[in-house]
Design a binder for this molecule. Structure first.
Ligand code: DAH
Length: 340
């Protein structure tokens, strides 16, 4: 029996010599100490040992079992230790490496200008009204003193949806919606998208406008001029002057085209102002009495001024953008340059 045990000891020692993974160690352990393993089989063989020898044999087998368990245990700890170290090494994170930063977005130049305009005019007491982009003929044209056969309809190439419904060509349509609902004093600003069949470096089929309307007792062209001066200084910088040139819009009388003195050259003449010293920025005028009457406002009692500007045009002037397409392409290399 002792020989058998020595042999088993040798076998076990040999078997675990080259074991490097806890999986194979477990297999070997089972082979010897498992339910039908070799050591367990020895125990079972006790039946055939004469009764008086059993305690002695039992002790040696037990000692073998204890020894084997110790061997396996020791090796198991070393292997597990190594395996853990390996895992830690594989999962190691270099906390000194720079992290993955996500790119920060920036406001679109149109949004920046729109917000700036709203903030400038809000400072002068204007509130914001947003009209619908799909309008009917009445609000976009007729109520703005532009009946069906009026030649001024040719000033804008309109996208019609049906005979009566259209994509608004001007935020001026919002003026009518406000005047129908609200009685003077009125002081509103109406930003929004407008649509025209027009497409080149300075025109796009969809663009944005900012409309303004003031109606009250005793409003004159001087009020318009004073407000425009304030607006020009705030958006283009101190020292910028305005000038009014006679123009024509069906819904204003008189109508004016508003220029600002060139903020690039100070009025001396440069490429931006095409040598003239002035840059055209918006259209404006005194609200035509027919328009007021059509909205139920008595032109004998009230008068008003209105103005409308292209937001993209202001953005292009302010940021020196030479092609309107850049504002619609969504190229992040372009958009990243603007900080709000
Ligand atoms: N609606 C005009 C356009 O789109 C701009 C405009 C001019 C608006 C004069 C006005 C105004 O309110 O008074 O060309």
């Amino acid at each position: 029996m002792q020989d058998k045990i020595n042999e088993l000891k040798k076998k076990i020692a040999e078997a675990i010599k080259d074991v490097h993974s806890s999986d194979s160690l477990f297999q070997i352990k089972m082979k010897y100490l498992g339910k039908s393993g070799e050591v367990s089989e020895l125990m079972k063989g006790m039946r055939d040992v004469p009764k008086e020898k059993r305690p002695e044999v039992g002790m040696i087998i037990n000692a073998l079992k204890v020894w084997a368990e110790e061997q396996f245990g020791k090796l198991d700890r070393t292997i597990k230790d190594k395996e853990l170290k390996k895992r830690y090494a594989a999962e190691a994170v270099d906390v000194t490496l720079p992290g993955n930063t996500s790119k920060k977005g920036a406001y679109h130049p149109n949004t920046l200008v729109k917000r700036e305009l709203i903030s400038i005019f809000a400072g002068m007491g204007f509130t914001v009204f947003e009209g619908p982009e799909i309008e009917n003929d009445y609000y976009n044209f007729t109520a703005l003193n532009t009946p069906a056969d009026h030649p001024a309809r040719d000033m804008q190439d309109t996208f019609y949806i049906t005979g009566d419904l259209l994509l608004r060509t001007q935020t001026s349509a919002g003026q009518i919606r406000v005047m129908e609902k609200q009685k003077p004093p009125i002081k509103i600003l109406s930003p929004g998208k407008v649509y025209r069949s027009d497409d080149d470096a300075t025109h796009s089929p969809m663009f944005s406008q900012m409309e303004g309307l003031v109606v009250d007792k005793g409003i004159t062209l001087c009020d318009l001029k004073g407000m425009l001066d304030e607006f020009a200084r705030k958006i283009f910088g101190d020292g910028v002057k305005t000038r009014l040139r006679p123009s024509y819009f069906p819904f204003t009388e008189p109508s004016v085209e508003v220029d600002v003195s060139c903020f690039e050259c100070g009025g001396k003449g440069c490429r931006l102002c095409k040598g003239t010293g002035w840059i055209e920025v918006l259209g404006a005028g005194m609200v035509n009495r027919h328009v007021l009457e059509g909205c139920g406002i008595d032109p004998e009692e009230y008068s008003g001024f209105a103005f409308g500007m292209g937001i993209e045009r202001i953005a292009m002037l302010k940021y020196g953008i030479n092609n309107m397409k850049l504002l619609f392409e969504g190229d992040t290399r372009f958009l990243r340059q603007f900080k709000g």
